[in-house]
Design a protein around this ligand. Structure first.
Ligand SMILES: [Zn+2]
Length: 95
């Protein structure tokens, strides 16, 4: 949730700007802020939320497409059956 002003902050259940950003540990101090949708109501500076999201994307990309000389260990594929579960299958490199 994007928090742009005091009204947004109060409706989100954040009492004041005195809390610290979960990413950089500095005081929130000013808007815009990002409130995560997890149960612990973590609040981030907007730039810190973007940096965290970028790190997650880079980690995911590196996991699925590691740089040489590393090779992917596995990929997630839908099961061949009608089961809603996913199966982890060995990755076969195409040559
Ligand atoms: Zn921050």
């Amino acid at each position: 949730m994007l928090i742009l002003n005091d009204e947004h902050r109060q409706r989100a259940g954040i009492g004041s700007l005195s809390k610290r950003c979960q990413y950089c540990s500095k005081a929130e101090a000013s808007y815009p802020l990002i409130l995560s949708d997890d149960a612990r109501l973590a609040v981030y500076h907007a730039a810190c939320a973007a940096a965290l999201a970028t790190e997650i994307l880079v980690d995911l990309y590196t996991f699925f497409r590691p740089p040489a000389p590393y090779h992917p260990l596995s990929v997630l594929t839908a099961s061949q059956t009608a089961s809603p579960q996913c199966a982890v299958e060995p990755f076969r490199q195409q040559e």
